[in-house]
Structures are given as structure tokens and as C-alpha cells.
Design a protein around this ligand. Structure first.
Ligand SMILES: C[C@H](O)[C@H](O)[C@H]1CNC2=NC(N)=NC(=O)C2=N1
Length: 98
């Protein structure tokens, strides 16, 4: 099973993820897209990345605001897969100017 990161390791990872914060056992970022369809298009891009990584975000979509919540469910907390996915989500968001 994947190993949980320590609090210090999570803080170190967050230093490179300025748009993300920790909420208990998860990393969280909300992205506001210009339109609902742009929000859905971003979710679609992230879905492809998640499949490729075999690591899947919890996603909350509210009109044009998308919240990604990253946690490793099988480990019961934050593992190295979560900041790795956060960086990939940032990359997809940057690609579409968000
Ligand atoms: C078998 C496969 O590795 C698991 O079901 C994966 C799939 N994606 C996952 N994603 C996340 N976020 N947590 C998991 O524990 C997880 N498990």
C-alpha cells in the first residue's frame, strides 16, 4: 500500500503548489472557469490524466467552479500520488489559461 506523507512532507509539497491547500486528509483547489462548458472541458482533460496516473480526484462542479479534492482513499490520506496529480491538474489548467 502507498505510504502516507508526513505533515512536514505535505507542507513541503504545498510550497510548490501555491493554488492548493490542505483540508484534513486531502489537497484541495477550486478553479473558476469562464463558462460552465469551459469547466466541464477542464474536468474532461483532468479525467484523462487521472486515468493515465490511475489516481482519481474527487470532483465537485458548481456552475463554472470546479473543486478538485485529492486524497489516496486506499491509504486513508495524502500520499505522493496526490501532489503529483495536483501538479498535473495545474498543468492542464495552465494550458487553458486558468
Ligand atoms: C486498483 C486501483 O489502483 C485503485 O482502485 C485506485 C484507483 N484510483 C484511486 N484514486 C484515489 N484518489 N485513491 C485511491 O485509493 C485510488 N485507488
Amino acid at each position: 500500500m502507498a505510504q502516507l506523507l508526513t505533515d512536514g512532507e505535505i507542507d513541503t509539497a504545498l510550497a510548490d503548489l501555491s493554488q492548493w491547500h490542505r483540508a484534513g486528509d486531502a489537497l484541495v483547489r477550486t478553479i473558476e472557469a469562464p463558462t460552465f462548458l469551459d469547466a466541464i472541458a477542464l474536468v474532461d482533460k483532468v479525467a484523462v490524466v487521472a486515468e493515465e496516473m490511475n489516481h482519481h480526484p474527487d470532483i465537485d462542479i458548481r456552475w463554472r467552479k470546479v473543486t478538485f479534492l485529492l486524497s489516496t482513499h486506499s491509504a486513508g490520506g495524502i500520499t505522493a500520488s496526490d501532489p503529483a496529480l495536483a501538479h498535473r491538474i495545474d498543468q492542464e489548467a495552465r494550458r487553458v489559461g486558468l
